[in-house]
Design a protein. Structure first.
Length: 111
């Protein structure tokens, strides 16, 4: 399931953007689970705030990172793929939670 709708948000609405991002991930997981006779429990999405990034944890695994301090050419709200549990891949942004560009984010990771 990919989302092409955009919802531009001011930078100070990061909490709303994170809630919408979590909803997007859970909806994508539900669409995947509904394709089969899956009886798995609904996973959890949580956030850990650091100095530069917010780590998105999807069911105990690092899913992605959200930029909260402009760095290395990235803007606030940019979505970065997780390289490891503790660090993002800083080669390119995969979308933005503030603009609603979530078409490269799936429940299983960021492409």
């Amino acid at each position: 399931m990919t989302t092409t709708n955009t919802y531009p948000l001011p930078e100070y609405d990061m909490d709303i953007a994170l809630a919408l991002y979590a909803d997007h991930l859970l909806a994508d997981w539900k669409a995947f689970a509904d394709r089969g006779a899956n009886t798995l429990p609904l996973p959890t999405v949580s956030f850990e705030r650091g100095r530069t990034y917010i780590k998105v944890i999807f069911d105990r695994s690092a899913h992605s990172f959200i930029v909260i301090k402009p760095t290395k050419g990235f803007k606030v709200g940019d979505i970065l793929k997780a390289a490891t549990f503790k660090a993002p891949a800083t080669n390119m942004a995969r979308g933005s939670v503030l603009t609603g560009a979530l078409n490269r984010t799936l429940w299983c990771g960021v492409i």
